[in-house]
Design a protein around this ligand. Sequence first.
Ligand code: GRF
Length: 207
Amino acid sequence: MSKKRILIFASGRGSNAEAIYKATIEDKINGVVVGVICDHKEAFVIKRASMWKVPVTIIEKKNFVNKMDFDEALVVAAKSYTPDLICLAGYMRICGADLIHEFPNKIINIHPALLPSFRGLHAQRQALEAGVKVAGCTVHFVGTGLDDGPIITQTVVPVYDHDTEETLSSRILEKEHPTYVAAVAAFCADKLTVSGNRVLGIHGEEN
Ligand code: GRF
């Protein structure tokens, strides 16, 4: 089976992007990272990509008069990489509908909560405020709404009495990397089937 072309969208630190890249070079994923699209020219993920010798396209919203033009530029850039899979990895924007329609069931995202709970920003803080006893992360296909779309896999972590947003975030992040790698590996091995709102071919993990 030929290697899948993986395009990463990221906005910041890029630790999930790094985990995916590392798994491709270690042959844990049947894929190759062909590019990174980044919406912040100062983002650390750009430095990572240059170490990997992977091309980066920087597209900043402030350089466009409106969201429509910005979204269109993202679609054009994404298509130029002819990706089989787009991984949103700490990409802090909602994908435009055109991008989602251009790549149906080919865009996946990681969210630091057990969806459908705690969508949007500060998911870990939302979990603490809600008083839940378990938290975790979710990899899902990207739908048109905020953090929605069929769930691929999830990993659960405990919430402890002494947790702060920082300690819970770092416990979840540690699980995000293997969880995202497992989801990308399953996708690239053609193991996933989307059936309505369910994704078959992979299961979730407890801590
Ligand atoms: C992760 O917690 C991810 O779940 C969320 O944003 C954070 C990005 O971290 N969407 P990184 O850039 O992958 O290090």
